[in-house]
Write a protein that binds this ligand. Sequence first.
Ligand code: ADP
Length: 512
Amino acid sequence: VASRLQSSGLLRTQGLIGGKWTNAYDGKTLEVNNPATGEIIAEVACMGRKETNDAISSAFDAYKSWSKLTAAERSKRLRKWYDLLMAHQEELGQLITLEQGKPLKEAMGEVGYGASFIEFFAEEAKRVYGDIIPPTLPDRRLFVLKQVIWLLTLLLLNLILSTNLPNQSCQNSMPVGVVGAITPWNFPLAMITRKVGPALACGCTVVIKPSELTPLTALAAAELALQAGIPPGAVNVVMGNAPDIGDALLASPQVRKITFTGSTAVGKKLMAGAAGTVKRVSLELGGNAPCIVFDDADLDVAIKGTLAAKFRNSGQTCVCANRVLVQEGIYDKFADAFSKAVQNLKVGDGFSEGVVQGPLINEAAVNKVETFLQDAVSKGAKVLLGGKRHSLGMTFYEPTIISDVNSEMLLSREEVFGPVAPLLRFKTEEEAIHMANDTNAGLAAYIFTNNVQRTWRVSEALEYGLVGVNEGIISTEVAPFGGIKQSGLGREGSKYGMDEYLEVNQICMLGG
Ligand code: ADP
């Protein structure tokens, strides 16, 4: 697979700075491994502060012209990027499976999902509107600009004010500026496109720092961005020493925004670090998703939804169900049917036919799962299914169900980020809502019920940014994604995702 990727030109190992593929200045490299086999796939440039500072300078230079293009022009190039991503769906999918481990079909799905953000924001680029506000004084005019094509504004201002404004006075584009985008390994493509799509659409330029575990997909996507005519410097990629790269991004006054997906601990550090230069931050952090199955749920729908919400990407997503809360009347039936469904999940190398559960990302991830399980069992939980490393070795873990879990156990307090479904029993709706909200996280929640009134009552009572009702797969490019409480700040995807990359500029003008 690696050699096929090489011949397609998509296996890049250098960083991208100002449109040039670049080695680390000290020549250092880092290995990228296939988590299913442990093999080294490639050695990529291991970069730090200096390279990051150069990438920031390139992004700053590119910003001056990229932000001045018309939205229609930016849109065309983003659309081209989307077309190229889709034309290479198979190779990109292979790259994701190779470095991240998820099954090829799921990886190809991620390419489609990831690319959809580029398509959506290519379209959305043309729909950034401002406002005209009725003034409080008769001779004032109030305009709110987010982004306006300069010619139009010039005309408008001339019309209203009957004055001759010179061309060069029109600086109407209000993107945030240079953006630092720091992304995790669980969606090597989609976590990047979800940030870079709206950023570029608004006229921002970006320095991307992908996870050092999965840089290859990011580099391939950047290569396709260049091919699509996104100008040199508008998209830069640096990877290597995460704290050094992060510090350089935080320290630079030219970087006006940090957008991050990853752990809550790192997110908090970045938020604190952004204070020094008062940067905007968007954070998509950890979740602790409750999946609530009520007595009145359709059992088949609940099983299908919980399976999807829990086991996609082997449990390694921030919206994965972390706690399955089941009402006492349906608990035994649910546990039985769920065990049968989970037993059928085929574990293996993501390239093998029929596999739906790949390996975990690394040894640390397996250790975490083991620690959480030991903690639960020592406090009285029972293993219904799985509960140990898979016979395939490496970082494969058996899809697992644990019953009799309570709120004291690590499994229900923190994100396990693995293929473990803890079942918790509840009696009443109020109790379920209390248990669900009893956490600092607030990203995704799921409910399964056929009662319409309950659907609304519970959906509104849940302190979460996303609620799936009778549905386990809830993210799409057209709807806002993001958390409340310590799960993060800001929204990605949809029209709301654009606002994250735009400033609001008020112009109060004496006229008339
Ligand atoms: P995960 O547990 O998903 O790996 P992390 O928060 O550790 O979550 O990683 C998410 C991203 O944040 C990765 O790209 C990682 O390299 C980066 N990262 C980790 N530590 C820092 C840091 N101190 N500064 C900037 N980025 C960091």
